[in-house]
Ligand binder design. Structure first.
Ligand SMILES: [Zn+2]
Length: 345
């Protein structure tokens, strides 16, 4: 499969190298040549050497290895809890009414240093790509406990207030204003600049996965160009995952539009585009959307196509698809079609 085409799945929940080796062999038989190992705060604390073994197993099989800071500090995507937050309540994001939320502030030095430790682990493991997955300011609507406070925003912690005043010459308001939007955006860009620069210095490639451009989420990112032009960025990705109530038209619209934006900017800024396909919580009868989304990404010119997660996410009940093996087989087939098309040029 030496077509330059990268295909693969994310992988989590299993840390026993005996079983991981078996699963990697299975992925290879299903047209993958890459794998993303999630590295949560728990993995970093308790599985550091184990994770290195897992990377070695993947490299023995000529697979490209991605790692992501899974749900680190509640700032990135992922199904993992943070041990950092209860130990560093002073680093939590503070909302516009003065209450803390379960996410670390992107401007907090202690949190940034904590991520430097993650970079050290990933470099130690020998991974190829550091994947900065869905970095965002706290999104109230995503958390049942906080959904009622969705009129609030973050971050108004002391660090952010001080930085805002230094930037704009007056106190940070309690209301969302254009300056607050700009401050949040600049905070994310500065955060990603520091992380990617550090990761690159440790020999890693950087992929940033931004929440889908067409979703208009309140993640804090105001324009993509500032992310695309980060000097240490290699790959820019997005993940326009559909819901149960969505169908072919929705997938066609959002995958096409997001893929176009990716490819257009990637060419302009000299980075590689990457797209993620939903392989979790796929409703019965919607398995074909996996192939449709993959095909749209490939036809738009994207040559890094990965899926979340292995085996239709069968082994994590909160993410499991209705027919996980069918999702897996269809994704494998879609990967195969990509490689065949790439071979033909
Ligand atoms: Zn803050």
């Amino acid at each position: 499969m030496a077509t330059g085409m990268i295909t693969g799945w994310s992988y989590f929940g299993v840390r026993n190298p005996r079983h991981v080796a078996t699963d990697l062999d299975d992925m290879l038989r299903h047209n993958a040549n890459a794998v993303l190992f999630t590295v949560s705060e728990e993995d970093n604390a308790f599985y550091r050497d184990t994770m290195r073994q897992l990377v070695a197993l993947a490299h023995e099989r000529d697979m490209t290895v991605y790692m992501n800071p899974w749900a680190y500090g509640g700032v990135f995507g992922g199904e993992a809890f943070s041990g950092f937050l209860p130990r560093h309540p002073e680093a939590m994001q503070i909302d516009s009414k003065g209450d803390p939320v379960p996410a670390a502030c992107l401007n907090n030095r202690t949190f940034r240093d904590y991520l430097f430790e993650w970079i050290e682990t990933v470099a130690f493991c020998g991974a190829d790509v550091a994947m900065w997955d869905e970095p965002h300011f706290f999104i109230f609507g995503w958390d049942e406990l906080f959904a009622a406070k969705r009129d609030r925003w973050t971050c108004r912690c002391q660090t952010c207030q001080t930085a805002f005043e230094a930037r704009f010459g007056h106190k940070m308001p309690h209301e969302m204003t254009p300056e607050v939007r700009q401050f949040r955006h600049e905070s994310i860009v500065n955060f990603l600049d520091e992380m990617t620069t550090r990761a690159k210095a440790r020999g890693l490639k950087n992929s940033i996965c931004i929440l889908p451009f067409t979703f208009n989420l309140d993640d804090g990112v105001e324009n993509l160009e500032d992310i695309f032009r980060l000097p240490s960025l290699d790959i820019l990705a997005t993940d326009p995952y559909w819901d149960r109530e969505h169908g072919d038209d929705w997938v066609r619209e959002h995958y096409t539009r997001n893929a176009e934006i990716l490819v257009e900017n990637a060419q302009k800024f000299g980075v590689e585009p990457e797209i993620w396909i939903k392989n979790f919580k796929i409703a019965s009868g919607q398995e074909h959307l996996v192939e449709l989304a993959t095909e749209i990404g490939f036809d738009a010119g994207i040559r890094r196509i990965l899926a979340w997660s292995y085996l239709g996410s069968a082994y994590m009940s909160s993410l499991r698809s209705d027919n996980p093996l069918q999702v897996y087989e269809r994704q494998a087939k879609a990967f195969q079609v990509c490689h065949q098309k790439a071979e033909r040029g």
